[in-house]
Design a binder for this molecule. Structure first.
Ligand SMILES: Cc1ncc(COP(=O)(O)O)c(C=O)c1O
Length: 406
């Protein structure tokens, strides 16, 4: 049985070989579809009855979307452009939901044109806009997004989105009166949430509201995303343990006859991708050694800035030189463009390659072209990295509770 750490070693080996062979260019993101499959299986094993709609915003790379499409899951889109990307890949509209409560005219038209079956709203103006855009008899089913109060979450989105339970009751009436099809409620605790209490509390509010409403057509609870990557999950016993707890929370709603769906983003992609960069400069400032990479916070590493995510840089080629502490910065002229600190061989010089794992979420989907950088390629490292071919047992990864990736 291979552990996640083994899987990372396989990926590092693949990257070193691919660089040697001139098969990949930096900066790039290397996607390991086998790790994605393992994460997906872990979800499915624990939460087989929770409908899965991958949240495209976490990573909209076509390799990833195509691979997930083959896995026959649904998708959560946030805009007209994301809907069009999915349709172009052959995803059927009935496998797409749209959970952004802020909809442009183009987004409303895409919902109606493509008959996107389920959308979310948290205010009356949005409900009216959906009703106005709907044509003839057809309108989407609507979930009302509740504001929730999560604990232990990296990014809380509940200031910007959601409504109170009382407002949700009113919005259900409004939706009904507009001829829309209110179908249930939605919450999203935020991103990188490692405390199941956040989901338990939110689920209790959702179930209580729907129980009190007691209407046959209010049957769906969308528990959003926010599930942690493996390292963050190690704070609460690991991903298996987290999913087990989530399954118990979902189970209570399922046992009352509600359908439970979710929009995981980060958890399915973060640990499946590795960023590979080349060192393009080195300098000493105020006694500190600085390394400049061909990518930084305006590219694959925006979470270092927005979420204070620590990236651990690893040299692609081993060296006997003593370890040295470096400040790692991106290539742009902005002084904010600092990814973090790293311990790397003291002989690391321009042209050396470094890599950082846990780079799959909110990396390529957030990057910009600031200062003319950001031309980032993506490569798929599977089918099997060379080490796996000669390694029986290479098909399975064991997720050990507390398993951390860096
Ligand atoms: C409504 C909604 N659903 C799902 C997600 C995906 O979240 P995550 O990648 O943390 O799972 C987000 C991310 O912000 C979101 O806003």
């Amino acid at each position: 049985m291979r552990t996640l750490q083994d899987r990372l070693k396989d990926r590092e080996f693949w990257i070193a070989n691919a660089l040697d062979a001139g098969e990949i260019e930096t900066p790039c993101l290397v996607v390991d579809t086998r790790t994605m499959d393992q994460l997906l299986s872990l979800w499915r094993d624990h939460l087989p009855q929770v409908g899965l709609f991958y949240s495209v915003k976490a990573n909209n790379d076509r390799h990833i979307l195509r691979h997930l499409q083959q896995s026959e899951i649904g998708f959560d889109a946030a805009s007209e452009s994301e809907v069009e990307t999915l349709l172009a890949l052959g995803v059927k509209p009935d496998r797409i939901i749209l959970s952004n409560t802020i909809k442009t005219r183009g987004c409303l038209q895409a919902i109606v044109r493509n008959r996107i079956p389920l959308v979310t709203a948290d205010n009356e103006r949005d409900l009216r806009a959906i009703a106005q855009a709907s044509v003839g008899e057809w309108s989407p089913s609507v979930l009302i997004r509740l504001k929730v109060s999560p604990t232990d979450v990296q990014i809380d989105l509940n200031e910007k989105f959601g409504c109170t339970v009382d407002e949700a009751r009113r919005l259900i009436e409004v939706a009904d009166s507009l001829g829309l099809k209110p179908a249930g409620v939605h919450f999203h605790v935020g991103s990188q949430c490692w405390n199941l209490k956040s989901y338990r509390d939110a689920m209790e509010s959702a179930v209580q509201l729907l129980d009190e409403e007691n209407r046959a057509h209010l049957k769906i609870i969308n528990i959003g995303g926010g599930f942690p990557d493996a390292l963050t999950a190690s704070k609460c016993g690991g991903l298996s343990c987290f999913f087990e707890g989530l399954a118990a929370i979902a189970g209570e709603a399922l046992s009352k006859g509600y359908s439970v769906i979710a929009e995981p983003g980060r958890v399915l992609v973060a640990d499946a991708c590795t960023a590979v960069c080349q060192v393009i400069g080195r300098a000493t400032h105020d006694g500190h050694e600085w390394l400049y990479l061909d990518d930084g916070i305006y590219g694959l590493f925006s979470t270092a800035y927005f979420e204070k995510q620590p990236f651990e840089f690893v040299p692609v080629r081993e060296s006997d030189a003593s370890p040295c502490s470096f400040v790692v910065a991106g290539p742009t002229c902005d002084s904010l463009d600092v990814v973090g600190k790293a311990t790397l061989p003291s002989d690391t010089q321009p042209t050396a390659y470094v890599m950082a794992h846990r780079a799959g979420a909110y990396s390529v989907s957030v990057k910009s072209h600031f200062n003319g950088f950001g031309n980032i390629r993506t490569y798929v490292a599977a089918p099997p990295p060379a080490t796996l071919a000669s390694n029986p047992g290479g098909n399975t990864v064991e997720f050990v509770p507390g398993d951390a990736l860096s």
